[in-house]
Design a binder for this molecule. Structure first.
Ligand SMILES: Nc1ncnc2c1ncn2[C@@H]1O[C@H](COP(=O)(O)OP(=O)(O)OP(=O)(O)O)[C@@H](O)[C@H]1O
Length: 331
């Protein structure tokens, strides 16, 4: 597969800047996840790489070659969108075979059969191979769309929320499968999602987008532990990071306006009093909702805690992150 470089990409629609000087390197064999709220520019970034759209300024390089003026087919990228896009008159098998049947590829039928079977197995659709594409549920159609990309051997896979239409169980299964396919095959992926669990579990790198700008690029762990801003900090972590005024706890630097505390970074036992407002037992862990000086906090605690709503506990920060008035991290 190939390294992809985005150099200074700017794109406007009717005077609105959808992408603002985006520069990013998607290393060969990496799984890069773009995160950001709606309108941040995630899909537009994918479209620039795919060739479905072109930047006003800047350049995309794939495998060391400029993609300027090249069509999606010439770029040899495989795309999966949120909404399945299958050939309705073909069977599942024919849909999966389609990318391999190009006369240019001259793939032997045996190789095609093997690939289609292997992918159908992974995506749990082997029993539907002879169904018409239209005789499938939405989730099945989406699995076929993913399969159609995976049978190919492109320079890069571009995926735009490919799992969002699937139910929770299948989404969790496919998350594991996609990550393992990528790790085994060394495929390069650029992947858009709103789902930060997908980002945390699959990404080798995360790009955080905010209003068309790339505000942080790094490993999921780096962004979780060392976010550059409150905005970047809130993109990863479930429950979300707690952000409260800096003066609520002692020890903040002079310029700090707010403190960010990950749920696991609120220690219990010593410190200041907080009231437990709700206890959520999730099986493997328990979440405590706290009221602390008129602010709501969420922390995690022992799965078997006997704490109940209305009780008082003592808390103190552990590994606090400090942010200035503009929301930028103070290091
Ligand atoms: N073809 C277009 N014409 C006009 N405006 C567009 C077009 N495509 C994107 N935009 C605008 O560009 C901005 C970025 O859109 P984009 O679809 O990249 O966001 P996104 O981060 O993918 O959002 P979502 O999570 O909702 O898919 C938005 O303000 C959007 O309205």
């Amino acid at each position: 597969m190939a390294e992809v470089i985005l150099k200074n990409i700017t794109k406007s629609f009717a005077g609105h800047r959808a992408l603002d000087e985006i520069s990013m390197i998607v290393p060969d064999g990496s799984f890069v996840v773009l995160l950001g709220p709606t309108g941040a520019g995630k899909t537009t970034t994918l479209r620039m790489v795919s060739g479905l759209d072109n930047p006003d300024v800047g350049e995309v390089m794939i495998g060391g070659r400029s993609m300027r003026g090249l069509t999606p087919a010439q770029r040899n990228v495989a795309m999966v969108f949120q909404q399945y896009s299958l050939y309705p008159h073909l069977s599942v098998r024919q849909n999966l075979e389609f990318p391999l049947k190009s006369p240019l590829l001259k793939t032997p039928q045996r190789t095609i059969d093997e690939k289609v079977h292997a992918i159908a197995e992974i995506l749990q659709i082997s029993h539907k191979l002879d169904n018409k594409a239209t005789a499938l549920s939405g989730g099945e159609m989406q699995r076929v769309s993913i399969g159609r990309a995976l049978v190919r051997n492109p320079q890069i896979y571009l995926m735009d929320e490919p799992l969002s239409s699937l139910d929770a169980k299948l989404r969790a299964d496919l998350r594991v499968e996609l990550k393992s396919i990528q790790a085994k095959s060394g495929a390069t992926l650029l992947y858009v999602t709103h789902d930060q669990v997908e980002a945390m579990t699959m990404a080798t790198h995360v790009g955080v987008l905010h209003e068309g700008r790339l505000v942080q690029f790094g490993s999921p762990r780096e962004i979780y532990e060392q976010p550059v801003s409150v905005y970047a900090a809130t993109r990863l972590g479930q429950p979300r990071i707690n952000v409260v005024p800096a003066e609520l706890f002692p020890g903040a630097p002079a310029r700090a306006k707010s403190i960010g505390l990950r749920p696991e970074h609120i220690d219990q036992g010593d410190g200041q009093e907080a009231t437990v407002t709700r206890v959520e037992h999730l099986g493997d862990q328990t979440r405590l909702h706290l009221s602390f000086q008129k602010h709501n906090l969420i922390t995690v605690t022992d799965a078997h805690t006997r704490l109940k709503g209305g009780e008082t506990i003592k808390i103190q920060p552990n590994k606090p992150l400090y942010f200035d008035a503009a929301g930028m991290r103070l290091v």
